[in-house]
Design a binder for this molecule. Structure first.
Ligand SMILES: C[S@@+](CC[C@H](N)C(=O)[O-])C[C@H]1O[C@@H](n2cnc3c(N)ncnc32)[C@H](O)[C@@H]1O
Length: 287
């Protein structure tokens, strides 16, 4: 396929990957071309070679391009059916497992958290399900993204009033947000304090481990299948044996990685570890 691609485009791609610290094609060309072209249009440039020259000398533009590639579109409680399934099926089952194991921790990872709506939705759902004192569980949510600017928004935890009022049920807004001026809401400390935000690139070799649930939603669609497979192997190691993997509503596990997970809920795109291949995942996490 590379044969037909513009050399200027290939240069841009190489520069991007150098910056992202991946040495091979990780994002789909169709996706990258759309994002790069959007950036070029903004600058009134139609020639890849010219844009390539710019990003090589102008670090600020390269940063802009990186932000454009890592598009951050997200929502609170994006795809309601997923959150219903998480609340009514996954959480009760997980709590039962924890009780049987006499474990009092719940660890959840939001692995491409963008501006924070997903991890905050997780924290609110846990509060709603477990009650104000979280049923005696020690809950920790790790929220990561490659994009520092998105993370800065996430950490601030402040959102426009119209977004909050549209996307979050009214009784939860009253419970979990405080109004800041007329036009904004801030997430309340009891929700904010459950979450640790951190920059993390999904192409890293070492992944954090020990999670009961991993949300990795609406990011793999931009990534090529081979690179996705590497990510799935590492996610396998990051999940506890009883763990749940939650993908985006239009995403599926493809290729070799299908062996690693078992479908748990088709509509909500939730998977569980396939323990029959337990040995398979060992070592892929970069230990
Ligand atoms: C469309 S948002 C998804 C947000 C949220 N998970 C949701 O479903 O609403 C995709 C996020 O993936 C992040 N992303 C893209 N490439 C990444 C990478 N290599 N490592 C970590 N995050 C990445 C982007 O920065 C962006 O915030």
């Amino acid at each position: 396929m590379n044969k037909t691609l513009d050399p200027g485009y290939l240069g841009i791609k190489q520069e991007l990957f150098r910056h992202l610290k991946v040495n091979k094609d990780a994002y789909k060309d169709s996706y990258l071309i759309r994002r790069i072209r959007a950036r070029m249009r903004k600058l009134g440039i139609s020639d890849y070679a010219e844009y390539y020259r710019i990003i090589r000398t102008n670090k600020k533009e390269l940063d802009e391009l990186l932000l454009t590639v890592a598009i951050n579109v997200t929502e609170f409680f994006r795809d309601p059916v997923v959150w219903k399934t998480f609340e009514r099926k996954v959480l009760p089952e997980l709590i039962e497992t924890k009780k049987n194991q006499r474990m009092s921790t719940i660890r959840i990872w939001s692995a491409a958290c963008s501006t924070g709506q997903e991890p905050y939705s997780i924290a609110m759902t846990l509060h709603e399900t477990l009650g104000d004192r979280l049923g005696g569980f020690r809950v920790s949510i790790l929220a990561t993204d490659i994009d520092r600017e998105a993370l800065a928004v996430a950490m601030r935890g402040e959102y426009p009033a119209e977004v909050v009022e549209k996307q979050i049920p009214r009784h939860m807004v009253a419970k979990y947000f405080v109004k800041v001026g007329d036009e904004r809401y801030r997430v309340s400390p009891r929700i904010r304090n459950l979450i640790k935000f951190q920059q993390f690139n999904l192409f890293s070799t070492r992944y954090p481990r020990g999670f009961d649930v991993i949300f990795i939603r609406n990011v793999l669609i931009y990534i090529k299948r081979e690179a996705q497979e590497e990510i799935f192997k590492k996610l396998y190691d990051s999940l506890e044996d009883h763990g749940y993997l939650i993908l985006g509503k239009t995403e599926t596990i493809l290729g070799d990685s299908t062996r690693l997970f078992k479908l748990y809920d088709l509509v909500a795109r939730i998977y569980k570890k396939n323990l029959e291949v337990k040995g398979y995942g060992k070592g892929f996490g970069g230990r």
